[in-house]
Design a protein around this ligand. Structure first.
Ligand SMILES: C[S@@+](CC[C@H](N)C(=O)[O-])C[C@H]1O[C@@H](n2cnc3c(N)ncnc32)[C@H](O)[C@@H]1O
Length: 232
């Protein structure tokens, strides 16, 4: 039954006009509404949002709680949630459609291929919300703040733009701090305990994702880092 539900969601996803999917990075076209193939790199403003407002990516968006909440808070900005899991994206995309949120879209792909779908300087901000910490030693490079991923983001993120990491994982938090230090990136905001601080470091830290609400890891605190990539 669960499998059937998932298949129904995958089929319905193809009819949503706020969802783009890629099945094969060797062919960087995106499948959009009703199976049409589109090339979106450099065209998100003109072809999808029909405005020139800044674009924020939410990476590892899952059901897209940040994309939806930010789109409601900032109607003069655009948001794109990125995740590989279709059934999760279905949820966020459905909410956006039902709420008439035209400033939010979703991209179903592996995050490591994002440079294929966005052009240089096309993106103004990145949120990485509760990414998997990939605890096994051999999988460190799969963490979304590893140097290989930051190299991908650099290809489309405007210089001096913020990257926000919100995580419950000590491993992810300390790993990211180490990468920032080793690679010479610039920390802008840093807290080990978002809700324990006297004043919240950033106004959008109050948004809670599905994963955060479920507190699957039983974390004692939620950590937050905001940083800029060094300019080369
Ligand atoms: C722990 S969940 C968090 C989801 C959501 N942000 C939340 O807080 O509820 C991590 C998400 O990252 C996605 N993910 C992990 N690695 C990915 C990758 N390389 N490309 C695309 N999605 C990825 C998974 O599919 C999953 O939905």
């Amino acid at each position: 039954m669960a499998r059937r539900n998932k298949l129904l969601k995958f089929t319905e996803l193809l009819t949503f006009d706020n969802v783009y999917e890629n099945y094969d990075p060797r062919n960087p076209l995106l499948v959009a509404n009703h199976d049409t193939s589109v090339e979106m790199s450099g065209k998100w403003h003109s072809e999808h949002f029909k405005n020139e407002n800044p674009i924020t990516l939410e990476l590892a968006c899952g059901r897209g709680e940040y994309s939806i909440a930010l789109a409601e808070r900032y109607p003069d900005r655009n948001f794109i949630g990125v995740d590989i899991k279709g059934a999760r994206i279905w949820k966020g995309a459905k909410i956006a459609i039902e709420s008439n949120l035209n400033n939010v879209a979703f991209l179903r792909t592996k995050i490591e291929f994002c440079h294929l779908f966005f052009n240089e300087n096309e993106i103004d901000e990145i949120w990485i919300t509760f990414p998997d910490p990939f605890l096994k030693k051999g999988k460190v490079n799969r963490r979304l703040t590893s140097p290989n991923y930051l190299g991908v983001y650099k290809q489309f993120l405007k210089p001096k733009s913020p990257i926000h990491l919100k995580t419950d994982s000590d491993v992810m938090y300390f790993h990211t701090k180490e990468v920032i230090k080793e690679e010479g990136h610039i920390t802008k905001l840093d807290t080990y305990d978002v809700y324990g601080d006297e004043e919240m470091l950033h106004p959008d830290l109050d948004i809670k994702t599905y994963y955060e609400n479920a507190n699957i890891s039983n974390a004692d605190s939620i950590k937050y880092l905001q940083f800029n990539l060094k300019e080369s």
